[in-house]
Design a protein around this ligand. Structure first.
Ligand code: MN
Length: 291
């Protein structure tokens, strides 16, 4: 029998806060009804809903800071974002692109509005996810995947209903561009008005959908712009219908069933490992990066 996933909650965007001076984000999780393991392997989701930034000559964003034990995945919908890290990687992403940065054993990085975008100002909209790593990969070497829109798998839907951009995982035979350490499905569903589309994920996977643009009826319930739909771990199927042009960020992944110890930018299994991370940063073991 084809069983639908029950909607556990449709969550309105929490009040925004600033991350540095460049990111005005709704912290969907962890927090509220989604505790630190509820969406595992996704630990954190910050959503910068669409906002106009005025022109500036300042460097706008978040200065040099460390990470260890996980990956940051930044998805741009509007505006341009630059990244530099102490592993020597850097890049700029624009609308439709993704930065998949594996901090793993540790690095320093900075993330900010790309200079020419900042000088002009304009609409800015992005998502940052923190994707946890299992213990056996937490201390592997850092890496960086620039997942440009061109490099993503693109599944054209029937009846001109739109396109599924596969950032990671696989949709109906179309593979994603990013390599992941644990099974993860991550898509941008760019749907036209009157589209009908179905997703299928294992019962055990933690699954949610962010409505980035437009609105959609999802397993029978209407979800509006900037809302997050959290599914129970019961059925497999998700049915989506649109009555306007809509963009959905679809997330599903196999949970990592390990203890979580988090402090600031460190996501480890024990507090001793977090304290070691702090000692290693102070000892200069995360490398060097200029402000
Ligand atoms: Mn960061």
């Amino acid at each position: 029998m084809n069983t639908k996933k029950t909607i556990e909650a449709i969550i309105a965007p929490p009040a925004p806060h600033m991350v540095g001076d460049g990111f005005r984000v709704h912290g969907f999780f962890p927090g509220g009804r989604i505790d630190k393991k509820r969406m595992s392997p996704f630990f954190l989701m910050d959503y910068n809903s669409k906002v106009e930034f005025p022109a500036t000559d300042q460097l706008r964003g978040v200065g040099v800071h460390p990470h260890r034990g996980f990956e940051t995945v930044t998805i741009a919908y509007n505006g341009r974002i630059a990244h530099h890290d102490s592993a020597g990687n850097s890049g700029v992403i624009g609308e439709g692109d993704v930065q998949w940065m594996t901090a793993a054993s540790g690095l320093l990085h900075k993330e900010y509005h790309e200079e020419s975008f900042a000088k002009k100002g304009g609409l800015f909209q992005m998502v940052q996810l923190w994707v946890n790593l299992p213990a056996k990969y937490k201390m592997t070497a850092p890496k960086y995947q620039e997942v440009t829109n061109n490099s993503m798998g693109k599944h054209q839907l029937n009846d001109d209903a739109g396109i599924i951009e596969v950032i990671a995982g696989e949709y109906n035979g179309t593979k994603g561009a990013a390599s992941t350490f644990t099974p993860i499905e991550m898509y941008n569903a760019r749907l036209k008005k009157d589209a009908k589309v179905e997703f299928k994920f294992p019962v055990s996977y933690n699954t949610g959908i962010l409505v980035v643009e437009g609105s959609a009826t999802i397993n029978g319930e209407l979800a509006k712009t900037d809302h997050f739909i959290l599914f129970q771990n019961d059925g497999e199927y998700i049915n989506v219908e649109t009555s306007e042009d809509t963009i959905l960020l679809v997330l599903s992944g196999e949970p990592i069933d390990e203890p979580i110890a988090q402090y600031g930018p460190f996501l480890m299994n024990t507090m001793e490992e977090v304290q070691q991370a702090i000692r290693d940063v102070n000892a200069g073991k995360f490398g060097v990066l200029e402000d």
